[in-house]
Structures are given as structure tokens and as C-alpha cells.
Design a protein around this ligand. Structure first.
Ligand code: PA5
Length: 527
């Protein structure tokens, strides 16, 4: 296309949401002129599905649940007065609690004021809060320092505790789990509990639970009289819970304006309810995903925000999109193996990593650039009349152009600034794009059977591990993996047994490995 044709295409398809300070440029996606007409019937269905979902239909049929994350920022749209009241009351109680913490009216056991927050959660119970904390944090201004346990890695948790150091006595612990039974989160809580107790501190006096009513975690927090409990509702999914207490409580503790966050999301929802597709950035995103990967996940989505503050946006979206869209079957039970692979980090950093391949290598992706118009930070001149921010912007435009010239598609999402309103809007925008895309490809975006399968598999591995330990304890005679598998009657699990023996001998002082002529002939005993 000539420069004049590209300029026309850019002007024709640019979707600008003025009040939101957000625009989406799809001109560098090479869809044909009739693409939108062809997709119009499917898009009409997507709008109808979304309307039904927002009105309280059972949009998650496998779990027989409503899908209510849009009500979190517009409680007046909730399908019942009870749900509306629950949302409004939760926001009021979050604000009251946070004011009391900041004012020192609720104090840690031994200190005058809580200074730090340790958030313990995983998946949807951590990624959103982590993204918001990093995108909107101001190290010099934040009301509290944020820390996260988002895994069951003892070394990882140790490093976080080292960073907290002596401030543990003034650290507020938020344990977040919708189900209240997730192993990683339970483990993180037990590690944190031990750290407090090692210092003679009561864990309960420093802890808050955010969980479903009646869950294991809820019962524990209530029995032990933790500082507070906040709700998770079954009509909000984990990965779309960031506008519930899951995201609002930690953000407010950090000093982030949660009203603005909610307002940005609500405003974006108002734009993205429009059935004028060209004025609806979520509809355009979903359609571009459909075009970009043939509605089959045939290409990956690379997310490239040119802004350090948005580095966790790619991780956050990776879960939101891949856990929602990565499904084996469609809503009619047909095997479809759907999904879109999402990865990314930030520009221009990634230009010195994988962008080489994007430009010259395998054509298996489309890019979503995120441009932040106002640079922020100090505009230091690095050359006469040129700032470092100018470079950042130049690199984005240059890469967009270079990719286009080498036949690679991209879109550019622009926001005026990274602030509460825009972060709320970005979250809402992609939540709805996921919902639209799910309708376009006819899948349930709101369940996660694969996650459940992983949890079951891990439980089976752990139970095998205790059987191995028991078996090792029965005889001092060193035995190979094969001999142990035979004694356990589990020859079909020989490989797992071998891997577990290697792990046990590296981590349990009582389990000893004697090297054999190959790694498979090593003999293990328990002393
Ligand atoms: O989006 C989801 O549902 C998951 O990613 C969950 O958030 C994750 O598995 C953690 O679950 P829970 O909050 O129940 O501990």
C-alpha cells in the first residue's frame, strides 16, 4: 500500500474513545475490505451473548454460574438487589478498613502502624493485584510497601521475607483464595505464619482473608479471629476478580485511588457495550484476534507495551486470555482445542531480545503495541533537543513500521497516561474482548478444567512420594528405582518414582543416594 492509502486506512479504522483517553489503531492488520461484513452475524451473536451475560444469564454453563465481573464497577446493573448491595457494601467496608489501617486505628501487635503488605495468592488471586501494584506504584509516595507470595517455592518466599526483614512485625498479610483451598496459597500462608510465630507474633493479628463464604480459609480466619474477612462471590471468576476485594483491597492499602480504577473500568464498559463495532475497541480487538489467528489460535499474540509500568500487563493478559480461551471443547461439545498464545514483556527492551525473530523469522504471530502518549518521568535531554522518552516513542513507531514492511501484522493501543482510570479501562477492555472472542469461537471462557486437572495430578504425585518414603523406611538396604517400583507394585510409575527419588535425596537429609554406573542404577536408602 502507498503512504496515502495507509493514511486513509489509518483514519478509516482508528477507534478513539475521547473520554477514556484511549484509542485502537487496527490499520496495520491486513484484513480485507469485506472482513467486517463477513463477521457481522457472528458479532451480532457476540453482542447478544454479552447482553445476556450482563443481565445475569448462566454464562458459565459447566459450573452453572452467572458471570458478574461487569457489575463490580456498575452495581446498579446487577441482576438482584442482594448482589448490588453485596458489591456496594464490600467497597464501603474496604475503604473503612483501609482508612483504619492507614490511620493506625488498627495496629499490628507490637508497632504503631502497618507499613507493608504481604499478599499471598496465585493465578487470578495474584496477577491482577501484582499488575496494578506495579503499574501504579510510586515508591516514594505509596502508603504501604507491597510484597507477594505467588508460588509454593520455598526459596522464592524466603527472598520475599528477606526483603521484608524487620518490618514483618508491621506487615499486614492478605491471604486471597476464592476457593480457599488452593495448595500454593495454603502453603504460602503456612510459611508466613511460621515467620510471624518465629518472632513471637500472632499470625491472626496481622492477617486478612479474601475468600468465598464458608471456604476452608474463611472458616480458619473466622475461628482464629483474623483482623478482617472480605468476600469473593461465586459469580465472579478468579481471573476477572481484580475489581472485587481481590484487587481493590491491596490497591487501596497501597494508596491507589480505587474509585478512579472502578470509574475507568465502568467508562470503558460503557464504550464497549456499543453495538457500533467501529466505535467499540473491545469488539475490534476480538475481531482482530479472530482475523490474526483465523479464529483457531493459529498465530500467537505478542503484547508489547512501550512502558516499564506496564511490564506485568503481558503476564496478566497471558492468564486472562489463555486460561479463558484455551479450551478443548466448544459449547456444543465438539473437540476444538481453542486458544491464543500470549507472550510479551516490554519495548524497547524486547527489541534486543526476540523482536529480531518477529521482524525476520517465522511468521506465526501478530503484535499488539501499547503506546503511552505522555512519557512521565523527567524529560532529560540525551542529545540536543531529544529526550529518552523521544527514543522510546521512536522505537515503538519504528518497530511498527519495520514489522509492517516485512509483512507482519500489528495493532496499536494508545492510552494518554498510565493512571488509575486508564489501568481500570485496560482491564475492562480486555475482559470484554475475551468475552466477545469466546462467543465468536463458541467456547466457555469462564471455567478452567485444565487447572483442576493439574491440581489432581499434583495430588497423585505427592501421594506417591509419601508411599516411596514409607517404603524406603521399611528396609535399610539401598534399592534402585526399579526395585522400589516393584516393591510398591507401581512399575507403571517407574519414571515418576525415579524423579522423586532424585528430588528426595537432594532435599531430605535422611534419604541417601549411592551412585550407580548410570543415573538409573543409583540405589536409595533412608538412614
Ligand atoms: O482464574 C482462575 O479461576 C484461577 O486462575 C484461580 O484464580 C487460581 O487457580 C487461584 O484460585 P483460588 O483463588 O481459588 O485460590
Amino acid at each position: 500500500m502507498t503512504a496515502a492509502q495507509l493514511w486513509d486506512r489509518y483514519r478509516r479504522y482508528l477507534c478513539r474513545c475521547d473520554e477514556l483517553g484511549l484509542s485502537l489503531d487496527i490499520s496495520r492488520m491486513r484484513f480485507e475490505d469485506d472482513f467486517f461484513d463477513r463477521m457481522a452475524p457472528s458479532m451480532a451473536k457476540a453482542y447478544a451473548d454479552m447482553k445476556a451475560l450482563e443481565s445475569g444469564a448462566i454464562a458459565n454453563p459447566d459450573e452453572q454460574r452467572m458471570v458478574g465481573h461487569y457489575w463490580l464497577r456498575a452495581p446498579e446493573l446487577a441482576p438482584s438487589p442482594e448482589i448490588r448491595a453485596a458489591i456496594e457494601e464490600a467497597v464501603v467496608s474496604i475503604k473503612t478498613f483501609v482508612n483504619e489501617i492507614h490511620a493506625g486505628e488498627r495496629r499490628p501487635e507490637r508497632e504503631a502502624l502497618f507499613t507493608d503488605v504481604l499478599l499471598i495468592g496465585i493465578g487470578g488471586s495474584a496477577l491482577g493485584p501484582q499488575f496494578i501494584a506495579d503499574a501504579l506504584g510510586e515508591p516514594r509516595l505509596d502508603r504501604m510497601n507491597m510484597h507477594f507470595f505467588d508460588n509454593t517455592d520455598p526459596d522464592g518466599m524466603d527472598r520475599v521475607l528477606q526483603r521484608i526483614g524487620e518490618r514483618l512485625s508491621s506487615t499486614l498479610c492478605l491471604i486471597i483464595s476464592k476457593s480457599g483451598g488452593t495448595a500454593e496459597t495454603r502453603n504460602g500462608m503456612l510459611v508466613a505464619r511460621k515467620a510471624y510465630e518465629d518472632q513471637g507474633l500472632s499470625f491472626a493479628a496481622h492477617s486478612v482473608a479474601i475468600t468465598g463464604a464458608g471456604s476452608k480459609l474463611d472458616k480458619l480466619a473466622s475461628e482464629e479471629q483474623w483482623l478482617a474477612r472480605f468476600p469473593m462471590w461465586d459469580w465472579v471468576g478468579g481471573r476477572t476478580s481484580v475489581m472485587a476485594a481481590v484487587g481493590l483491597l491491596p490497591a487501596a492499602l497501597q494508596g491507589i485511588d480505587i474509585d478512579e480504577l472502578l470509574e475507568g473500568a465502568a467508562l470503558c464498559d460503557r464504550y464497549t457495550r456499543s453495538e457500533d463495532t467501529f466505535a467499540n475497541p473491545a469488539a475490534l480487538l476480538a475481531l482482530m484476534w479472530h482475523f490474526g489467528c483465523d479464529g483457531k489460535g493459529s498465530k500467537d499474540m505478542v503484547l508489547l507495551p512501550y512502558k516499564d509500568r506496564l511490564v506485568l500487563f503481558s503476564r496478566y493478559l497471558q492468564q486472562l486470555i489463555m486460561e479463558s480461551l484455551g479450551k478443548a471443547e466448544d459449547l456444543d461439545g465438539e473437540r476444538v482445542e481453542q486458544g491464543i498464545t500470549v507472550y510479551g514483556n516490554k519495548g524497547s527492551t524486547d527489541q534486543h531480545a526476540y523482536v529480531q525473530q518477529l521482524r525476520d523469522g517465522v511468521r506465526n504471530f501478530f503484535v499488539t503495541f501499547v503506546d503511552v502518549i505522555q512519557s512521565g518521568g523527567e524529560m532529560v535531554e540525551v542529545e540536543p533537543g531529544v529526550t529518552s522518552g523521544d527514543y522510546l516513542h521512536g522505537f515503538l513507531l519504528g518497530t511498527r513500521q519495520a514489522l509492517y514492511e516485512s509483512g507482519r501484522d500489528s495493532m496499536t493501543l494508545s492510552i494518554d497516561i498510565v493512571d488509575e482510570k486508564r489501568v481500570g479501562a485496560l482491564i475492562a477492555l480486555f475482559e470484554r474482548a475475551v468475552g466477545f472472542y469466546a462467543s465468536l469461537v463458541n467456547i466457555n471462557a469462564y471455567h478452567q478444567p485444565g487447572v483442576e486437572a493439574g491440581k489432581k495430578a499434583a495430588a497423585a504425585v505427592l501421594s506417591l512420594r509419601s508411599r516411596i518414603l514409607d517404603e524406603l523406611g521399611k528396609s535399610a538396604q539401598p534399592r534402585t528405582a526399579e526395585q522400589l517400583a516393584e516393591s510398591l507394585g507401581a512399575l507403571d510409575q517407574i519414571e515418576l518414582i525415579h524423579k522423586q527419588l532424585e528430588y528426595l535425596s537432594a532435599n531430605y537429609p535422611g534419604v541417601v543416594a549411592e551412585a550407580g554406573s548410570t543415573p538409573f542404577d543409583a540405589a536409595y536408602s533412608r538412614v
